[in-house]
Design a protein around this ligand. Sequence first.
Ligand code: TIU
Length: 240
Amino acid sequence: MDRPAGPASGDVPALEIEEPVVPTVDASPYSFTFEPESTALLVIDMQRDFVEPGGFGETLGNDVGKLQKVIPPLARLLGAARAAGLLVVHTREGHLPDLSDCPPAKLNRGAPSMRIGDPGPKGRILIRGEYGHDIVDDLKPLGEEPVIDKPGKGSFYATDLGELLAEKGVTSLVVTGVTTEVCVHTTVREANDRGFECLVVSDCVGSYFDEFQEAGLAMIAAQGGIFGWVAPSENLIEVL
Ligand code: TIU
């Protein structure tokens, strides 16, 4: 009798098991891999108060033009991250109108031309609800994207960011925003201690000081990636 068509028992071709493709970013000090479902894009403090004239950054004596070059690459990355379905979380640094959440150590430090809470051309400096406190138009959060209001430089201190990320199952962060050596660094250090893997996007973070931008990025990736990874946005967009 003829054998039935089809493979004889014992002659079954091996099943081809497809390995899931894990996005891998060419980064420093070595490749950064991430699962989009457990990764969030964090956009730190892209507020008028830091990047436009007449706000907090300028009152501290800074050239705010230095931060504006972050906006176009960050807008492109934001679009790519949204298209890829990453959770996007924005933060804003600022204080309650009565300044009850602003410690004297922060309020009285240095010699700014205007202090936090003083009236400026974009409203009261660094006060929640004021025009200057809000995020620039080109990077406006979408309705469903969480916006974390924070009184400090770090994004975890006195906020519910930790709980939010835990609830969403996030374990990796793509970190962007301003300024590199202040709120970005503080946040990355806090995140690293909390167990998050952080990729800092070099052209999507900015500083008022060129030397701090360079050193700030170098510090993150030094010592085998002591706080995280660093890569330009094009390397990330390529794999999103
Ligand atoms: N002054 C400065 O470089 N930064 C801040 O005060 N806050 C943030 O970095 N967002």
